[in-house]
Design a protein around this ligand. Structure first.
Ligand code: CA
Length: 224
């Protein structure tokens, strides 16, 4: 999951980005409203969520929100607002924000809101992803195969979550890079293949053929 954090308080942005990376998200940060809007507009398919401060240099968070929705950009938006801006909350929701959080907030609260927004498109009765005998719980950060718990690294977990949300689809390496790594990622390295290889080894538990297929010259597919 790749997030864009738009926040002009650099220290706060650094702390939040660092914490979110520890939770396994890829995070890009931008501290200017106009630049943020340009980035969103040019890379609308790269992000799974935008976290948006309201008071920004350049374009305001509210205007970014309105403009995104007016252009048909459907990325979920979580707004960060200061206490004295709280009366704007109706405007925010009308402008197309999915949720908002009033500063100061705890990091855990932010993480919980993000998780709630990201799992919204999935069936609301169950937040656990189930494909074949694999069960992944994004909230608890646990994975089982045939009832046996697997120990995955953050990146392996992120990759598996992505595959489980797109079963039987051929997913190319660029898609994985875009959704799981931030813009400091060195795209010439073979890091994706290494993580896939490790994930496959843990996931297959010795059985063949692998559930995670290589589609030659294109990418990978989780066969369900
Ligand atoms: Ca601000």
């Amino acid at each position: 999951m790749r997030l864009l954090l738009v926040e002009d308080e650099d220290r706060l942005a650094d702390i939040l980005a660092e914490g979110l990376r520890h939770k396994g998200y890829a995070v890009d940060t931008i501290n200017d409203g106009t630049k943020a809007y340009t980035r969103i507009s040019l890379h609308r398919n790269d992000y799974d969520l935008v976290i948006l401060d309201l008071m920004l240099p350049g374009m305001s968070g509210l205007d970014i929100c309105r403009q995104m929705r007016a252009e048909g950009i459907t990325i979920p938006i979580l707004v960060l607002t200061a206490r004295n801006e709280e009366e704007q909350k109706v405007n925010l929701l009308l402008a197309g924000a999915d949720d908002y959080l009033v500063k100061p907030f705890s990091f855990e609260e932010l993480a919980a809101r993000i998780q709630a927004i990201l799992r919204r498109p999935i069936e609301s009765v169950s937040t656990v992803l189930r494909v074949l005998d694999i069960e992944l719980d994004p909230a608890e950060h646990t994975v089982n195969r045939d009832g046996v718990p697997l120990t995955l690294t953050l990146k392996e977990f992120g990759l598996l979550e992505y595959f489980l949300r797109h079963p039987n689809e051929v997913i190319n390496r660029e898609d994985l890079i875009v959704h799981l790594w931030d813009f400091n990622y060195e795209s010439f390295s073979n890091v994706v293949d290494v993580h896939i290889k490790n994930l496959r080894r843990k996931l297959d538990m010795g059985s063949k053929p692998s559930i995670l297929e290589t589609v030659r010259g294109i990418g990978y597919r989780l066969r369900a």
